[in-house]
Design a protein around this ligand. Sequence first.
Ligand SMILES: [Fe+2]
Length: 115
Amino acid sequence: MSDAPILGPVNHVTDLDAAGDFEKKHTPHIDIDEVDGGLLVTVTVGWDVPHPNQPDHYITWIELLAGDAPIARFDLSPIATTPVVSVVVNVDPGTVLRAVEHCNLHGLWAAEITA
Ligand SMILES: [Fe+2]
């Protein structure tokens, strides 16, 4: 059972270069590649600093939003998965894509990228 509030405040790091390991291991990293049919969006949690992936501490889910609208969600289990997810999306250029992840101990973390 999670110790973190499911709908608690969302942590958002604006200057990841100046952030510490705790912030780096939780802030989603978003990559976009043009592919047939749209944009391949890959969200990685633990890009710079790996996040633990054990039953007592892991990323429970990753959600992708276009603006404020949820467009994809991935529920994860520890050990059997890693917190890296990809999906092809079709959005207008200039759309802000927002990734939100939930750590069972440390709550919600978000990052954005413009398509
Ligand atoms: Fe964590």
